[in-house]
Ligand binder design. Structure first.
Ligand code: G16
Length: 544
């Protein structure tokens, strides 16, 4: 491979002079039309990443997930469908910020040298995008990047982010003992649908599940999944499915909106006894909710999903009679304090904390035998690591009940998208557990009571001045601001609050929880006000 064509192609996608790009929580994210040069360059880097992995397929997803429709984003997917190795993120940022076409070529050469890449290897890339209006423009830029380096490229069209992660893993494991499935939408639906039916058939059938698809790509895709499953065990009604009308994506609906505002989405009327969930714009997050008899809204977020799944797996491992197979849980600072206490004190399972971003949780979960990881926002999955697979393979059931539990654990592994958090696979997992336990959403919710919590956004002039430590729970900069936060928190019983810069939006996030709803809101708005006043707040000062 030569870089000879790079300057000519690069000239078609000039970098805006006044923007600095950073590979953040989930890749690059900003206003879609400002991302053309970045997406082009991500195409170039995907080629090098593939060569550095001896020609394995690398994924490129164009999406901004939960963000506003005007935003877009791009991220790289490593060979087993996991997020890009973190040491390469610096190359991404450096390449995205290279000032001239000649600089682009120099950065590529630098990466080749630093990683000792054999550029004669044929690079392979699989790519896809979500439904955003800037998608076609950015896809064109990506295709130019791939053409500039003669990449063997496959376009998987408009699919969910986790579907592309799945496809990348399938492509790279085909023909091996770790073969993951058919690398296609149909293969995805068939794999997860079959595992679901294996686990639920014979049990009483559930009532309709109402899905708010955030007017995003999850809408058509979950309908295809339902067609493929074609069973009363998966009886769904899809709401907020308009992917055609501009301005609707994620607006007043979707998992991020429901979690942040703690109320039902527009476009869905919730009634007591009904079952509801919301995806986000690219269907990698899911939250459930219901109304109680008096019509009050109750949220079942990522923490509730995580505890449901961890409990179910722990019990199955015990029923299987496997003594040396530990289930563990990974959370972030956003986890509700009640969920953490419940995992430690009632479930007696080990729990560890990671920084925000599934890439951080995934790595911690890899260190457990069965690692359950979910962010409170509904983004997560379960990993059956090699020691768990060995334990299941070598299990020696003494009774039919033990043999059945082992078969169910294998089937659960087939039901779970281990490459990344996946709203559709997670939904089938939750549905399986609820069907097996014959639980309503209200019964699921009874395990523990959330402390009242609130998540706010503060817009500031420069969010890069915010730096954190202690799994993002303590500010090290701006100087003195953490002392102010600590002094405010000390006034509220069971109060907890932290401040961190978002890695996907131009905002600073403020999380708070406390013993009562009133205290929690006071705490959140007081901290947000302090951030606004002391760290260059812009626009409206946060107020209740
Ligand atoms: C992305 C990441 C999540 C993260 C979220 C918010 O979600 O994949 O892991 O929790 O952003 O991150 P931040 O607080 O840094 O903005 P999504 O659904 O947008 O891909």
């Amino acid at each position: 491979m030569s870089f000879a064509k790079v300057p000519e192609y690069s000239a078609k996608h000039p970098k805006p002079a006044d923007i600095t790009y950073e590979y953040g929580t989930a890749g690059f994210r900003t206003i879609g039309e400002n991302l053309e040069s970045t997406v082009f360059r991500v195409g170039l880097l995907a080629a090098l990443r593939s060569q550095s992995k001896q020609g394995k397929v690398i994924g490129v997803m164009i999406t901004a997930s939960h963000n506003h429709e005007r935003d877009n984003g791009v991220k790289l997917i490593d060979p087993l469908g996991e997020m890009l190795q973190q040491s390469w993120e610096a190359y991404c940022s450096k390449l995205a910020n290279a000032a001239s076409d000649a600089d682009v070529q120099s950065v590529l050469e630098e990466v080749v040298r630093a990683e000792n890449i054999d550029t004669s290897i044929k690079a392979k890339v699989a790519y896809a995008r979500d439904t955003r209006p800037s998608g076609p423009l950015l896809q064109g830029a990506l295709e130019d990047g791939l053409a500039a380096l003669d990449v063997d490229a496959s376009n998987y069209g408009i699919i969910t982010t986790p579907q592309l992660h799945y496809i990348v893993r399938c492509l790279n494991t085909a023909g091996t003992a770790a073969a993951y499935g058919e690398p296609s939408e149909g293969g995805y639906n068939s794999k997860y649908g079959k595992a679901f039916l294996r686990l639920v058939e014979g049990k009483p059938k559930p009532t309709t599940l109402h899905i708010d698809a955030a007017n995003g790509v999850g809408a058509p895709q979950v309908r295809k999944l339902a067609q493929s499953i074609d069973s009363p065990y998966f009886n769904i009604e899809v709401h907020n499915h308009d992917t055609e009308t501009l301005g609707k994506l994620n607006i007043n609906c979707g998992a991020d909106h429901v979690k942040s505002n703690q109320h039902q989405p527009a476009g869905v009327t919730i009634v007591p006894g009904g079952r509801y969930c919301s995806f986000d714009g690219d269907a990698d997050r899911i939250v459930y909710y219901y109304a109680d008899e008096s019509g009050h809204f109750h949220l079942l977020d990522g923490d509730k999903i995580s505890t449901l799944v961890a409990t179910y797996l722990r019990d199955l491992v015990s029923e299987a009679g496997i003594t040396d197979l530990q289930v563990g849980v990974v959370q972030t600072a956003y986890a509700n304090g009640s969920s953490t206490s419940y995992i430690k004190d009632s479930l007696k399972l080990p729990t560890v904390f990671a920084k925000t971003g599934v890439k951080h949780l995934h790595h911690k979960a890899e260190k457990m035998a069965i690692g359950v990881y979910f962010e409170a926002n509904g983004h997560g999955t379960v990993l059956f690591n090699p020691s768990a697979v060995d334990a299941l393979t070598n299990a020696d059931p003494k009774t039919p009940a033990q043999a059945d539990a082992i078969q169910r654990l294998w089937a659960l592994r087939d039901l779970i998208n281990e490459s990344v958090g996946d709203a559709m696979s997670d939904m089938l997992l939750v549905e399986t557990i609820l069907i097996c336990k014959q639980w309503t959403l209200e019964q699921w919710d009874m395990a523990y009571t959330d402390l009242p919590s609130r998540l706010l956004k503060v817009i500031v002039n420069d969010r890069s001045i915010f730096q954190t430590t202690n799994a993002e729970q303590t500010l090290t900069s701006p100087e003195g601001l953490q002392d102010v936060v600590d002094a405010i928190v000390a006034k509220f019983p069971k109060g907890r609050s932290f401040v961190r810069p978002s890695g996907t939006e131009d905002a600073v996030r403020v999380y708070a929880e406390a013993a009562t709803r009133h205290d929690c809101d006071q705490l959140a708005y007081t901290v947000a006000g302090a951030v606004f006043d002391k760290a260059g707040g812009r626009g409206e000062r946060p107020a209740e």
